[in-house]
Design a protein around this ligand. Structure first.
Ligand code: NCD
Length: 326
């Protein structure tokens, strides 16, 4: 395998920054390893000793609930030592540069940084400048990538629906600002999904998105027809410059997922959402809480998938030995 920033010369994952450029065997290794960790959370003692003695630092430069807490639980369930740095209360808020913060943490002998940052490319930048013994996990950078979210979505789909090659998946909503959409499109393509659709108003579709191999729809009627999986996305108002949408009410009228629109998809279609949900904006409450929704299962699987990525990168074992977690 050709070495890259993410994969070393032996084909092992070194950093996890993006689903783009990772091979199907590596993505599948993560999903298979996650499978062995699902049971850990269901035990009385929710811990395995795989990363005992390792130190993981959560560096969150942007608000987060699900992603931060599930990374924390993943590290703890693997018995790693974990620090979460609240950037608002750290020296970064006193003007310390990102690299200086990094150098200081490295000198404390940390093994892994889990980074969320509002700038696209921040996790790659940190990985390029990190000391050789440090690995970087991208927990979301700007509009660019959110690879563990994409893989926990792949894990949910594979567990509940099996083989990707028969599946039609629609990603609906604010594609333009969504790092989740980008990471999912790459992962679904690599794993061989039969069809990937994006459904959104013209103002929320990135230019040349068709180049990624997706079909673009601007109306729910045709976009949701006969799909197996619907991934709903939040309107990322914090990233909008303004003027992209008339109003939330109008948006819901045309692009909100209601029970009537869900009926356009296959009868057993899964409804997914990375959270946070805006009820009544992109999704109706009765759909979010309804029988097709797997939104809360996604959150639980997020812990197993994050444990898998951490243990593959930091564990001295090969993927197979994660089976010891059973
Ligand atoms: C997403 C994110 O932060 O990119 N949420 C998440 O990680 N669970 C999507 C969003 O913020 O809408």
């Amino acid at each position: 395998m050709r070495p890259s920033l993410q994969v070393d010369e032996n084909g092992r994952l070194k950093h996890f920054l993006s689903t783009e450029g990772l091979s199907a065997p590596i993505l599948t290794q993560i999903l298979d390893t996650a499978e062995s960790f699902v049971g850990v959370g269901e035990r009385a003692v929710k811990k395995v000793p795989l990363l005992r003695g390792k130190t993981i630092v959560n560096l969150f430069f942007e608000p987060s609930t699900r992603t931060r807490t599930t990374f924390e639980l993943a590290a703890k369930r693997l018995s790693a030592d974990l620090l979460t740095i609240n950037i608002a209360a750290s020296s970064a808020s006193k003007g310390e540069s990102l690299l200086d913060t990094l150098r200081n943490l490295e000198s404390m002998h940390c093994d892994m940084f889990v980074v969320r940052h509002p700038e696209s490319g921040a996790a790659h930048f940190i990985a390029q400048h990190a000391a050789p013994h440090v690995s970087v996990l991208n927990a979301g950078d700007g509009r660019h990538a959110h690879p563990t979210q994409a893989l926990l979505d792949m894990f949910t789909i594979r567990r509940l629906r099996g083989d990707f090659t028969r599946l039609r998946v629609a990603i609906v909503g604010d594609i333009l600002h969504s790092r989740v959409a980008r990471s999912e499109i790459h992962a679904l393509t690599t794993l061989g999904a039969a069809e990937i659709r994006v459904v959104a108003p013209r103002t929320l579709v990135p230019a040349q998105v068709e180049g990624l191999g997706v079909r673009v729809f601007h109306d729910m009627q045709s976009g949701l027809k006969d799909v197996d999986v619907i991934v709903m996305l939040r309107l990322q108002k914090e990233r909008m410059q303004g003027g992209l949408l008339p109003s939330e009410h109008e948006y819901f009228r045309f692009y909100g997922l209601t029970r009537e629109r869900l009926a356009l998809a296959r009868p057993d279609a899964l409804v997914m959402h990375p959270g946070p949900l805006n009820r009544g904006v992109e999704i109706a409450s009765d759909v979010a809480d309804g029988p097709s929704s797997v939104i809360l299962q996604q959150v639980g699987y997020g812990i197993a998938v994050r444990m898998a990525v951490m243990s593959i990168i930091l564990g001295s074992h090969a993927a197979g030995t994660a089976g010891g977690a059973h």
